[in-house]
Design a protein around this ligand. Structure first.
Ligand SMILES: Cc1cc2nc3c(=O)[nH]c(=O)nc-3n(C[C@H](O)[C@H](O)[C@H](O)COP(=O)(O)OP(=O)(O)OC[C@H]3O[C@@H](n4cnc5c(N)ncnc54)[C@H](O)[C@@H]3O)c2cc1C
Ligand SMILES: NC(=O)c1ccc[n+]([C@@H]2O[C@H](COP(=O)([O-])OP(=O)(O)OC[C@H]3O[C@@H](n4cnc5c(N)ncnc54)[C@H](O)[C@@H]3O)[C@@H](O)[C@H]2O)c1
Length: 474
């Protein structure tokens, strides 16, 4: 089949960002087509957030029980890895997308399956499997929401070695006896944690000096110490020079010798999925991140019609930030189409200010690492006059009740001129749900004087807020 159809908005990529942007534009009264080349739901649903967290939660529950005298006595068996992976398969919807397709239909969004490419201003050419080509024309906007792919280093032997990316590492049905993980970011640390708990002997090969380099240094230090205690061989300052596979994989580590393993996961970052997107037809360079302004408009494209949201613009590679941008940019598209004024002052309705000032992240390692806003180093680099206030979470009553021998730490980064919190980091078991309180404090710019009246319930881990404020006041 071949044809040309017109919609108010055409979205390329139906991951969490594309779905939400389409929904907002539709809610604003616009007709919307969404183009998807693989599964509706994107990376997050099938090969990233959902399956990885489903693999991490059962081991975490088991660890929690084992950390409590009286409860640990009731834990008599071992983790059932096969059952964990079957449960994981359910959270990945068995890699089928009919649930999300039904949602698109209920929202009145037209799904066009196939690979989308820009074909000049406001036009998207789609190549499908059961028809040659469809051309979609957008009256108001095209939104690129194509996400990222794993970025692999250019190493001798990598192509033929059957190395894992995050896709295989979140989808494997078998537990490798030995697994090498290359990288030190969120993907590497979470998947090293998961596969180690499921029974693999894991070696973590980190090029830099520590883990989780985007967070406060103590986050990576605490996570590395716990990984080592759980049996993971964490090696820093190590680079892979090349690899070969016969029955097993041999990694050349240069002066650090050779490592033999059954599987190797490269968790070495992401690259924008823009290399085969027709960007050259609208004057942009293929292959890179698509830079946008705070309303989502692509920089360097005339006419105010091309938007990019989510991972593909490189602002914050997190599902919730992609969905946030989708809400903001989708509403801006509808407002512009209706001729309504935008609200572009910082924190206004039409701008994604939180990407730069208040993006939260939880890394679901053991201990969990949760952060929002700026680290001390980032705040200092931005020229802010700041002070870091630290507190040992083990000294909080709620934490000591949560686990025997609790280990963890908290930091608030205080803007000394405005007396507000510009960043916060919590590392410890059970801190994930604490993070949103910090996100509210940072994005609402709550003055410390008022935060003093926000009383945390006793005895919860949230009492760390009181301790941080007491430490600040001295
Ligand atoms: C292992 C792992 C774990 C993660 N865990 C978390 C987590 O716990 N929390 C969190 O917030 N973030 C997590 N992330 C990051 C998260 O997955 C991404 O931020 C999120 O998926 C980005 O959403 P998106 O919609 O922008 O892009 P994607 O989810 O990548 O979706 C893009 C969609 O576009 C489609 N597409 C691409 N090109 C085309 C084209 N030319 N034509 C048609 N369709 C196209 C793709 O098929 C895909 O469906 C994790 C990432 C990884 C790798
Ligand atoms: N829980 C979560 O929120 C979560 C979980 C996973 C991923 N994510 C997001 O997905 C994105 C991708 O995560 P990631 O961990 O893949 O990327 P990353 O960029 O955070 O970390 C990549 C790591 O690989 C290392 N590296 C890069 N090239 C290398 C090379 N050639 N050899 C050896 N090491 C190399 C880097 O030094 C770094 O430690 C991040 O933005 C992350 O926040 C979020």
């Amino acid at each position: 089949m071949s044809g040309s159809e017109e919609f108010d908005v055409v979205v390329i990529g139906a991951g969490p960002t594309g779905e939400n942007l389409a929904d907002r534009a539709r809610a604003g009264g616009l007709s919307v087509a969404i183009v998807e080349g693989e599964l509706v739901g994107g990376e997050c649903s099938y090969w990233a957030c959902m399956p990885s967290k489903a693999m991490l939660r059962p081991p975490a529950a088991l660890r929690d029980a084992r950390r409590l005298r009286g409860a640990r006595e009731a834990v008599t068996g071992a983790l059932d890895a096969a059952a964990v992976l079957r449960r994981r398969d359910g959270f990945a919807s068995h890699w089928k997308d009919h649930g999300q397709v039904a949602w698109l239909e209920s929202a009145g969004i037209t799904l066009v399956r196939g690979h989308g490419r820009l074909d000049g201003p406001r036009r998207v050419r789609v190549e499908g499997t059961d028809w040659d080509r469809r051309v979609l024309t957008a009256r108001h906007a095209v939104a690129v929401c194509t996400g990222t792919r794993a970025a692999l280093p250019d190493l001798p032997g990598l192509g033929g070695a059957g190395a894992w990316t995050s896709r295989e590492a979140t989808g494997s049905a078998a537990v490798p006896a030995r697994l090498a993980v290359v990288g030190g970011g969120a993907v590497a640390t979470e998947l090293a944690t998961a596969w180690s708990a499921l029974g693999s002997r894991v070696t973590l090969l980190v090029r830099g000096s520590g883990l989780l380099p985007r967070m406060e240094p103590f986050a990576g230090e605490l996570v590395a110490a716990a990984l080592r205690e759980s049996g993971v061989d964490v090696r820093t300052g190590v680079s892979v020079r090349g690899l070969t596979r016969d029955r097993e994989v041999a990694l050349d580590l240069g002066e650090h010798g050779e490592l033999r393993t059954d599987e190797v996961l490269f968790a070495t970052g992401r690259r924008a999925a823009t290399e085969d997107l027709g960007l050259e037809t609208v004057g942009l360079e293929p292959g890179g991140w698509i830079a946008v302004d705070d309303t989502g408009l692509a920089v360097g494209v005339d006419g105010g019609w091309l938007y990019a949201a989510g991972d593909v613009n490189g602002r914050a590679l997190l599902t919730h930030q992609g969905k946030y941008q989708a809400r903001v940019f989708g509403t801006a598209i509808a407002d512009r189409a209706a001729g309504r004024d935008l609200d572009v002052a910082p924190w206004g309705r039409s701008v994604a200010t939180a990407d730069r000032a208040g993006a939260p992240q939880v890394v679901f390692t053991d201990p969990e690492a949760a952060s929002v806003g700026l680290t001390l180093a980032e705040a200092t680099a931005r020229g802010l006059r700041v002070r870091a206030v630290d507190y040992d979470l083990a000294d909080v009553a709620g934490a000591s009740l949560h686990a025997d021998g609790y280990r963890g730490r908290a930091r608030a980064v205080i803007d000394l001129d405005r007396e507000t919190v510009v960043g916060a980091t919590f590392v410890g078991s059970g801190v994930t749900e604490l993070l949103h309180s910090a996100t509210v404090a940072v994005t609402a710019e709550v003055p410390l004087g008022r935060l003093w009246h926000a009383v945390p319930a006793y005895p919860t881990i949230s009492e760390v807020w009181l301790r941080l404020l007491e430490t600040w006041r001295g």
